[in-house]
Write a protein that binds this ligand. Structure first.
Ligand code: 6MZ
Length: 347
């Protein structure tokens, strides 16, 4: 890839809607954390999946556990969140929805409430510094933790929806898709929806989740994370696809994450193609830019080269992502204006 192409995708204004905070921690920030906690004996190879490497999804989830050991105080969270926001801003991300699972750490006095407050503080600090990026937050539910924790998380998110000055906008359901039953989480998700929290749900990230995906699509969610196995060509069903189309639910698609986590065999077989060809709203995202060693500009570049899309088509894709954000209409309008101002005369 030549420098000119790289430069185009770096400068392209972008929207990032699927970024897990602890999966997004860069090499540089991990380095600072390792220095702070040498007794943990953690090495870089344990926190990131490098170029050409692949892991099973199960192994990816082990990586998050290692990172969680490194990030366990308010101070760490503040540093991690500010670094991640600044890195996205440096990659010309103009609007970012970060998501993270609130954690309690008895050893350090961290509570779930403080966890969310600290991320909000990081967002506000970046705003005060004048960074050219609008950041919002989705409170994440880890499906492994079951219905009680899910309900408790929804109640906490509801409080922040009212008190965070619009910074907390919704809820994410993530975690190891092979563990836990989402059926038991439905009452919590229904409550969240009724209280005005937007829902972005990981759906069909692994095969054979037809019943679960069908239940979740009936909510319906406001956005879908991955949706890798929804369509019939990969063992999903036309019924599921029809529901996604009927409710016009945008998909958050993360190419490198899916290839490195081996849920997709190679870039050219990524389900981006299926949904893009249908003209359905798809948003290119990173998932875990630290763990999967990528950047949003790189994901755009990869999608363009893999599927033979022009710069103009990629510009349109990034522009259309604005409609899929959970931001209020006035913010969407400001973003649309920004894209108009930045649009090149010729591509
Ligand atoms: C499902 C994922 C994920 O919340 O500590 N997470 N859940 N599928 C994925 N695909 C690879 N990548 C990340 O960030 C780490 C957490 O995000 C979720 C997992 O629950 C992981 O523990 P936070 O900031």
């Amino acid at each position: 890839m030549n420098n000119d192409t790289e430069e185009f995708y770096r400068r392209l204004p972008k929207v990032e809607l699927h970024a897990h905070l602890n999966g997004s921690v860069s090499w540089e920030t991990i380095e600072k954390l390792i220095k702070k906690k040498p007794h943990l004996n953690i090495e870089h190879s344990m926190t990131a999946i490098g170029r050409g490497q692949r892991r099973t999804l199960d192994e990816c989830f082990q990586v998050f556990k290692v990172i969680h050991q490194l990030v366990d105080t308010e101070e760490d969270i503040l540093m991690v969140a500010t670094d991640v926001i600044k890195e996205f801003a440096a990659d010309s991300v103009k609007y970012l929805e970060l998501r993270s699972t609130p954690r309690e750490e008895k050893n350090t006095g961290l509570t779930k409430r403080k966890y969310i407050e600290t991320i909000i503080r990081a967002i506000q600090m970046c705003k005060n510094e004048g960074l050219d990026i609008d950041v919002r937050f989705l409170v994440a539910i880890d499906r492994r933790n079951g219905p009680e924790v899910a309900m408790e998380t929804v109640k906490l998110a509801e409080e922040f929806l009212l008190s965070s000055d619009g910074l907390v906008v919704g809820l994410d359901v993530s975690g190891d898709p092979t563990v836990g039953s989402v059926k038991t989480l439905l009452p919590a998700l229904e409550r969240a929806k009724n209280s005005g929290l937007k829902l972005s749900l990981h759906l069909s990230e692994v095969p054979s989740q037809l019943e679960e995906s069908d239940l979740l699509l009936n909510l319906p969610p406001d956005r879908i994370g991955h949706g890798t196995f929804l369509h019939p060509e990969v063992g999903g069903s036309q019924g599921l696809v029809d529901k996604v189309l009927k409710h016009n639910i945008p998909l958050e698609l993360c190419l490198t994450s899916n290839v490195k986590g081996q849920t997709v065999p190679c870039y050219s077989k990524h389900h981006f193609k299926y949904w893009y060809q249908l003209g359905h709203p798809t948003v290119i995202c990173t998932d875990d830019k630290g763990v999967f060693c990528t950047e949003l500009s790189q994901e755009y570049q990869l999608a363009a080269s893999t599927f033979g899309l022009s710069r103009e088509a990629m510009w349109k894709l990034s522009q259309q992502a604005i409609d899929c954000t959970f931001a209020p209409e006035v913010v969407k309008e400001q973003l649309r204006q920004k894209w108009t101002d930045l649009q090149p005369q010729v591509f």
